[in-house]
Design a protein around this ligand. Structure first.
Ligand SMILES: Cc1cc2nc3c(=O)[nH]c(=O)nc-3n(C[C@H](O)[C@H](O)[C@H](O)COP(=O)(O)OP(=O)(O)OC[C@H]3O[C@@H](n4cnc5c(N)ncnc54)[C@H](O)[C@@H]3O)c2cc1C
Ligand SMILES: *[C@@H]1O[C@H](CO)[C@@H](O)[C@H](O)[C@H]1NC(C)=O
Ligand SMILES: *[C@@H]1O[C@H](CO)[C@@H](O)[C@H](O)[C@H]1NC(C)=O
Ligand SMILES: *[C@@H]1O[C@H](CO)[C@@H](O)[C@H](O)[C@H]1NC(C)=O
Ligand SMILES: *[C@@H]1O[C@H](CO)[C@@H](O)[C@H](O)[C@H]1NC(C)=O
Ligand SMILES: *[C@@H]1O[C@H](CO)[C@@H](O)[C@H](O)[C@H]1NC(C)=O
Ligand SMILES: *[C@@H]1O[C@H](CO)[C@@H](O)[C@H](O)[C@H]1NC(C)=O
Ligand SMILES: *[C@@H]1O[C@H](CO)[C@@H](O)[C@H](O)[C@H]1NC(C)=O
Ligand SMILES: *[C@@H]1O[C@H](CO)[C@@H](O)[C@H](O)[C@H]1NC(C)=O
Length: 587
């Protein structure tokens, strides 16, 4: 069947545009087409010795692995559930779902890394070889090599992707993690583009992680529109697929603030792109997803004079924990939250709220140049409401002000390390919930019921594991992007809640249990989808089984993005799961 399609394709297209044939990029180790050792060594030589064979992070701890080494293993165990040192290894993903291939992998138990999770260590879904990129010439050479040998390319920064898009089995990986340059331009002159000249522009290599960016720019008296957890890459999937964080309500998405990129195109050319040069490619990479159009090497972004960060933490447990649908406490707090959301959004209050069937944790944030009174005013009536509820035990109700984002980070990173450690398995299901739902009490009730219904289902699908709903308030309502300067999903501009159902577990599930949970998490979204027809979900934090992914992740931008993809990457050397132009499942 595939052969027939290929022949038809050749007849139809080959003569007209021979350079745009998709050769499949499907050569695998062991096949005749796979390069010889000498050929790999030659590649290694042309890229200054930066080619490596992948060693899974956990391999030194597997006794019958050829990489077994007790001393190295103890270093690995120490780094295993700490996202910053862990990110320094190519052979891992944040979520071990994507290290494993079916029932084989090489992960360790995150909560106690002395325990191995599989009987033997296998490479799983990790790339066969990777290039530890230090400059653009290494990327061009790797692309050229992959074309000559018909090998899949994968692009990895941190490996945080929730769909495992940065790991592709049998591929040659381009690993951007060590492109760590940081620079700040008080007065920035764009490349051949006077309209893009600006004050206060930050510049980052593709491998810079969020924590390093916050601290560096803060030391120059400015803030960057990053995310929450310190180890997320800021210029890769995050900065090309949207990018939401504590500044989103104030300054918009990360992509709204993009000024200029340096990229290596599918042809291996280095280009500086902005609204004047390759404007279509620039537009596509401002929201249309990572791993799709070109490889980004530098990200230049608008930054803003630093302001203090004010937080409000509210922690409570529910008194009746027998059944989520009967839980008055959960329903009442969710309703109070929804009823206050219009005010919070208008005051640019942001943050995240974690609901479980046992309790709730509000982490509200407002970066603002005052003493914290604006956040207190905006949240006072919420506290009055929830503190009087019959089924709610208030454990914490706490306002704190941090002079800078860096001070705030020192505190929030500790929390993130405890609540979102790397090395645990994860499944998400999410939806952006539009603002009109918050206008009337009937639609608020439906929204609250839809969230609770999903939570109850998650608890049944993953008994004894960590499940819950996260309501993210980081939406760009205040930055409508009227001139469509970005390709971010239009539904973002109407969203008041980014609702994420989260399921997390520590050890591989049996295939049938995993399938059941995966299917169930997709079904769980139905009530939220019914309330938001024509809406969508965040490409970077969604369910990987989403069937209607083109519409859900890209909305009305899909066709234009596809044209740009086909223009800049006609042979599909960048193929990325449920990204624009994805070729579909390959064997
Ligand atoms: C703990 C945690 C916290 C998170 N918090 C937030 C948050 O606060 N806000 C938010 O918006 N998202 C958040 N995310 C989601 C995050 O945006 C995605 O996981 C995103 O894919 C991470 O990008 P990355 O480059 O670090 O990851 P990777 O997995 O390395 O890459 C993701 C995708 O981008 C591509 N890519 C990477 N680098 C490049 C490059 N240089 N050029 C072209 N393509 C590239 C990859 O091929 C892949 O398709 C979080 C994720 C985790 C795990
Ligand atoms: C590439 O060269 C470097 C430096 O000589 C070496 O450390 C590395 O192992 C080589 N990679 C491969 C795949 O042989
Ligand atoms: C991380 O691993 C250490 C042991 O190395 C363990 O003590 C700790 O509890 C783990 N942290 C989490 C969040 O599981
Ligand atoms: C490797 O060791 C494990 C036990 O630690 C054993 O179950 C497995 O069969 C061994 N595999 C091989 C290939 O020897
Ligand atoms: C790339 O980096 C290597 C060192 O890793 C250096 O020798 C080479 O000259 C650099 N090439 C370019 C084009 O900057
Ligand atoms: C929770 O209560 C609802 C309504 O009474 C019921 O339909 C559902 O099965 C219950 N769930 C559990 C897990 O008991
Ligand atoms: C709730 O309790 C507070 C005291 O904590 C009180 O001042 C307020 O009037 C009460 N509000 C309502 C609506 O009952
Ligand atoms: C309030 O929050 C700060 C940090 O935000 C923390 O250090 C402090 O312990 C908290 N106080 C209470 C009473 O919970
Ligand atoms: C919702 O209310 C706002 C004002 O609060 C109004 O501008 C908007 O039109 C309303 N939307 C709907 C769909 O009712």
């Amino acid at each position: 069947m595939r052969f027939v399609i290929f022949v038809i394709f050749l007849l139809g297209v080959a003569l007209a545009a021979p350079s745009s044939i998709d050769p499949g990029y499907n050569c695998k180790p062991g096949q005749k087409c796979w390069p010889s050792l000498q050929e790999w060594q030659h590649l290694n030589h042309t890229i200054d010795g930066h080619l490596y064979q992948t060693i899974p992070l956990g391999a030194p701890c597997y006794e019958n692995s050829t990489y077994y080494d007790a001393a190295v293993c103890s270093v690995v165990e120490n780094d295993y559930n700490n996202s910053i040192p862990r990110g320094g290894y190519y052979g891992q993903t944040y979520w071990p779902n994507w290290e494993a291939c079916g029932t084989s992998g090489c992960s360790l138990l995150s909560s106690n890394p002395e325990v191995t999770l599989y009987s033997t260590c296998s490479l799983g879904r990790l790339a066969t070889y990777y290039v530890d990129v230090r400059n653009t010439s290494h990327i061009s050479a790797a692309l050229q090599f992959a074309k000559v040998h018909n090998i899949r390319i994968s692009v990895k920064n941190t490996g945080h992707d929730f769909f495992g898009r940065s790991t592709v089995p049998n591929s040659l990986a381009i690993w951007t993690h060590n492109l760590k340059s940081l620079d700040f331009h008080q007065t920035f002159t764009a490349h051949n583009c006077p309209s893009a000249n600006a004050q206060n522009v930050g510049e980052m290599g593709a491998g810079v992680i969020a924590g390093d960016a916050y601290r560096f720019f803060n030391s120059h008296g400015v803030d960057i529109t990053g995310g929450y957890e310190e180890s997320v890459g800021i210029a890769g999937g995050f900065g090309q697929g949207g990018g939401v964080g504590d500044y989103t309500t104030t300054y918009g998405l990360m992509v709204d603030n993009a000024v200029e990129f340096e990229v290596v195109t599918a042809e291996g050319q280095v280009r500086t792109i902005n609204e004047c040069n390759d404007p279509e490619l620039f537009w596509a990479m401002r929201g249309g997803g990572g791993g799709t159009y070109a490889i980004l090497t530098k990200y230049r972004v608008q930054v803003y004079p630093s302001v203090p960060v004010h937080t409000y933490n509210f922690l409570a447990t529910f008194k009746d924990t027998t059944n989520a649908t009967q839980q008055q406490g959960l329903r009442e707090v969710l309703t109070a939250h929804a009823n206050n959301q219009i005010i919070w959004s208008s005051q640019l209050v942001t943050g995240q709220v974690d609901y479980s069937t046992k309790g709730v944790s509000f982490g509200l944030v407002l970066p603002y140049a005052d003493d914290g009174s604006r956040l207190k005013r905006a949240t006072a009536s919420f506290f009055q409401t929830v503190s009087n509820l019959t089924y709610v035990n208030v454990l914490e109700n706490n306002y704190t002000s941090f002079p800078t984002y860096t001070d705030y980070l020192a505190f929030s990173a500790i929390d993130a390390r405890a609540t979102k450690p790397p090395g645990i398995f994860s499944l998400l299901a999410s939806r952006l919930m539009p603002r009109h739902l918050f206008n009337a009490s009937e639609t608020v009730d439906s929204l609250v019921s839809a969230v609770i219904e999903g939570m109850e289902k998650a608890r049944r699908l993953l008994p004894l594991q960590r499940t819950g709903a996260q309501v993210v308030l980081e939406t760009p309502l205040s930055t409508p992007d009227n001139n469509q300067k970005t390709s971010a999903l239009p539904a973002w501009r109407e969203a008041m809640w980014h609702v994420i159902h989260v399921g997390e577990w520590y050890e591989p599930l049996a295939p049938a249990a995993l399938q059941k949970a995966t299917d169930g998490f997709l079904e769980m979204l139905e009530p939220l989808k019914k309330l938001s027809p024509g809406g969508g979900a965040y490409f970077n934090e969604a369910h990987y089984g989403e069937p209607d992914w083109e519409q859900t992740f890209f909305g009305a931008n899909y066709n234009r993005l596809l044209d740009i993809k086909n223009k800049y990457d006609p042979t599909h050397i960048f193929d990325c799961y449920k990204c624009v132009g994805w070729r579909g499942e390959q064997e």
